[in-house]
Design a protein around this ligand. Sequence first.
Ligand SMILES: C[S@@+](CC[C@H](N)C(=O)[O-])C[C@H]1O[C@@H](n2cnc3c(N)ncnc32)[C@H](O)[C@@H]1O
Length: 549
Amino acid sequence: MVSKTIQYTTVVFISTVAISSLAYVAWWDYKRRNDPSFRKKIRKEHKKIHKHAKAAEERAKQQRTEDLKESLEKIKAEPVPPTAEEREQYFMQHVGVGEQLSVQGPAFHVPAALSFYRALRVYPSPVELIMIYQKTVPEPIFKIVMDLTSMDTKERAEGYYHYFPPPNMNVEVKQILVAAESEEQTRKIVLIARKDFRYGENIYQEHPVVAQLDMDLEGTSKYCSHCFRDISSSLSTIRPDDLLGSTYCSNECQMLASMQSQNLLFGCGPPVPNNVVVGQKERTEEAEIERRASQEAFVNFLKASNWTQVLLVARFCARHVSEEAKKLAPLHTPLLERARLPEPAAGSPQYSFFDHIERLKYLKVEPIDMVMLEHHLLKDVLSKAVDGLEELVDLEMYLVMKGKMAYNAIGVASAGGRNKRPGAKGRIETWEWTRTPYGTNRQIGSALYRVSSYLSHSCSPSVRPSFPTGTNELHLVATRAISKGEELTMAYTNTHGDGDDSIEEAYRKRRVRLARGWKIACECESCTGKKAEIPSATMVPEAKAEEPI
Ligand SMILES: C[S@@+](CC[C@H](N)C(=O)[O-])C[C@H]1O[C@@H](n2cnc3c(N)ncnc32)[C@H](O)[C@@H]1O
C-alpha cells in the first residue's frame, strides 16, 4: 500500500513537472513567435552567452601565451652547455624527455614541447631540426614548439634596437616613418645622439666587420691588409701560401686576418678549426688542388677588375663561418678581444653575425655578366673549402649582400688617405662608391661598420668618420656642437667639389654622386637653400691630412 502511494506520488510529481515544463515550452514558443521585444531579448541573451564564451576562450588563450612566455624566459635564462660534447649530451637528454612526455596525454603536451624546445636551442642547425620535428613529433606538441620559436623570433626582431647599439656608444637607432612621393609611408632609420657633444668630441669608436684595401694597394706592402696601418717604412709580414699576396704590419694582424677570412678564401690551411667537423671536406691532395685552382681564378678576377665589393661579401661570408665555428669550439684569446665588434647590451637575446647586417638597407644590384661571373667564382671558392658553404650566397642573396656593401661601406682614409687613387675603369654603372666626406678618390680601402652603417647623409653634417689611430678603427667625431636627441649625419661624398670648383659646380657634382651612389636627392639645408657654404671641418680627415684636395 505504502509503495503504491509512493509510486502514485512519483507519477503525479513527474506529470506535474512535465505538464509545467510543457506549459513553459508552449509559453516560450508563443512569445518567441509573437513578441518582437521578447525575440530581441533572446538574441541579446544569446549574444551575451557567446561573448562570454569567446572572452573565456580568449582569456584561456592569453593565459596560455603568458605561461608559454614565462617558460620561454626561464629556458632562455638557463645556461647553454659550453662545449660541443656537453651540448650534444644536453640535446639527447631533452629529446629523450620530450619523447617520454609526449606519449602521456594532452596534460603533458606543454612540458614535452618545452623539452623539445630546449633541445632545439642547442642544435647547430635549427631549421633542419624543425623539419625533423615536423615529421616525428605529435602535431599539438609540434605546434607549441613552433609557438615558442615564433615568440622568440618576434622578441628578437622587435627588441633589437632596444639592445643595440650598446649604451656606451652614446647613440641610439630610431625608425621614423616618412611620407614618400607616392604618399606611401617609408621607414627611415636614423642614428640619434644619447647626450650632448661638444665640437670635436669623440662620440664612439668601432672596428670594422669586414675591411678591404683597394685592390691596387693589396700586396704592395704599403699598408697592412688587415688594419690598413701605413707600413711603407717598416717590416711587413707575408704568408707564402697566401694567393692574394696580402701583407701585414704584425703577426697579430696576420693571425686575425687568417682566422677571420684570409685562410678560408686565399690560404691552404684547414678552412675551419679541425675540431669543428660539421661539413668539413676530407682534405685529400686532389681536393686541395681544386681548392687552390678556385682561389687562383678568384684572385685573377679581382686583380683584373680592381673591384672590392665582391671581396667585402666574400670576407663577410668567411667571417660568418669563423664566428659560427667559434661558437662550436670557443676560443678566447686577447687577440680576438682586440678585434671586438659592437655587441648588443647585456640581457639581450642572442643575435647571430648575420642578424646585424640583415637590417641594413641595400642598393639594387643588377645581375650583369661581370656580377654573375664574380658570383660564380666566389661560390666556387666557398664550396671547395667547405661542403655546402656556397649556400650562403645563392644568386639572390649575393645580390642583396653586394647591395648592402655598396650602400653602407665607408671609405677609409686613415693617415690622411691618398691623393692619387687611380680612376675607376669601365662603365660608370659599375664604379664602386663608398661613403666618405673625403671623396672616394682619397681612400685607401673600404669597410663595413655595424653602427656607422645607420648614418644618414647631409651636406652640412654633424659628424665625420675619423681614423686617428692610423688604422681602419673608425672614430665618430662631432663637427659641431650636438644636442641630445639630435639626428647624427655625415657627408657621404666630398661636398666641396674638386680643386677650384665653384659653389654651383660643387653642388652639381655632389648631387650627381649622391644620385649615382645612393639614389638620394638630398634635401638638406645646404641643398634646398643652395647654401653651399659648408663648414671646412667636414673636409679635414685628420690634422695630418690638411693638404689641398
Ligand atoms: C647607408 S643607408 C643609411 C641608413 C639610412 N638612414 C636608413 O634609413 O636605413 C643610406 C640610405 O639612407 C637614406 N638616406 C640617407 N641620407 C639621406 C638623405 N639626406 N636624404 C634622403 N635619403 C637619405 C637613403 O635611402 C640612402 O640610400
